[in-house]
Design a protein around this ligand. Structure first.
Ligand code: GLN
Length: 288
């Protein structure tokens, strides 16, 4: 086939890779167009560049058009492709779970640093979502005993699928924060809970519109879930154990206050790559 002629922005004939991308660039970001075409063709990025004259078959072209149109209507790329990379691994995501963010890799780094050198450490991830934190920690720590909880059964299915496909050993519990936990205690509790103020206009913008509201919004100041987690965590921590929570860009001071009220020591906030205090935590020294 020669170069297809374009009518109303759409090629009359089946297009080649170059023309499909050119059409898509009219309505979506060029990087998004590439990711979506790679997803449809199940091919590495190099193939798009190396073989621009490859003609799409009718099925791939129809599928690509559908994904581009959905992206143009706002759907997150990760939900369209069903995956997102986190800490160097590919996680399955569905609209039942928050899309893992690069910001949360800070929480992974801090968690690893706080248990470094310890074997058989017991770790709890509260509100696991896709399982990104729990699965990453289980794989990075090797011998750790990782438990992940979430209130939503649908979400736990996604987290369990990720643990299975990435070969991580994680115990999953359906629990509304601490409600279903027993007597067990942990050396480390991590959480990336919902922390956006429920009236924050960002909830109505971009990807957030398509993500589960329950994974994002947490009361008038966005602190309801953080307050519950910080207040309850001590009962589930070994003496000397750490609680580390991700929070919003303007919540570090408030979260340090919650940690102090709950009797934590060594209270600290850590900055993300953008220089914003993004994770705060403290050490539980046990009852005096
Ligand atoms: N960091 C996310 C955002 O601002 C929010 C994630 C969360 O509420 N835990 O989009």
């Amino acid at each position: 086939m020669n170069q297809p002629t374009m009518r109303n922005g759409l090629p009359d004939d089946l297009p080649d890779i170059a023309h499909a991308l050119r059409w898509a660039r009219e309505c979506v970001d060029v990087m998004d167009a590439r990711v979506l075409l790679r997803h449809v063709l199940q091919c590495p990025a190099s193939r798009l560049a190396a073989w621009p004259e490859q003609i799409l078959d009718a099925e791939d072209w129809a599928r690509f058009r559908e994904l581009v149109e959905r992206r143009a209507a706002g759907e997150p790329v990760a939900y369209l492709t069903g995956e997102r990379e986190f800490y160097g691994r590919n996680f399955m995501v569905t609209p039942a779970v928050l899309i893992p963010r690069p910001d949360t890799e800070l929480l992974v780094e801090l968690a690893l640093a706080h248990v470094s050198g310890r074997r058989q450490v017991r770790v709890l991830d509260m509100g696991t979502g896709s399982g990104a934190l729990a699965v990453t920690l289980a794989l990075e720590l090797g011998e750790a005993d990782v438990t992940a909880l979430d209130r939503s059964r649908e979400t736990l299915w996604v987290a369990m699928a990720n643990a299975a496909r990435l070969g991580a050993s994680v115990s999953f519990v359906q629990s509304d924060w601490f409600s279903a936990l027993g007597e067990e205690r942990f050396e480390l509790i991590v959480s990336n809970p919902p922390y956006i103020a429920s009236a924050d206009p960002h909830l109505e913008e971009g990807d957030l519109r398509f993500e589960p509201h329950a994974a994002l919004a947490a009361g008038p100041a966005g602190l309801d879930d953080l307050a519950e987690i910080v207040a309850g965590a001590a009962r589930y921590l070994e003496a000397g154990g750490w609680l580390l929570c991700e929070h919003g860009y303007d919540q570090a001071f408030a979260v340090r206050g919650l940690l102090a009220d709950a009797g934590f020591a060594s209270i600290t906030s850590w900055k993300d790559l953008a220089g914003i205090e993004r994770v705060s935590g403290g050490r539980w020294l046990g009852r005096a």
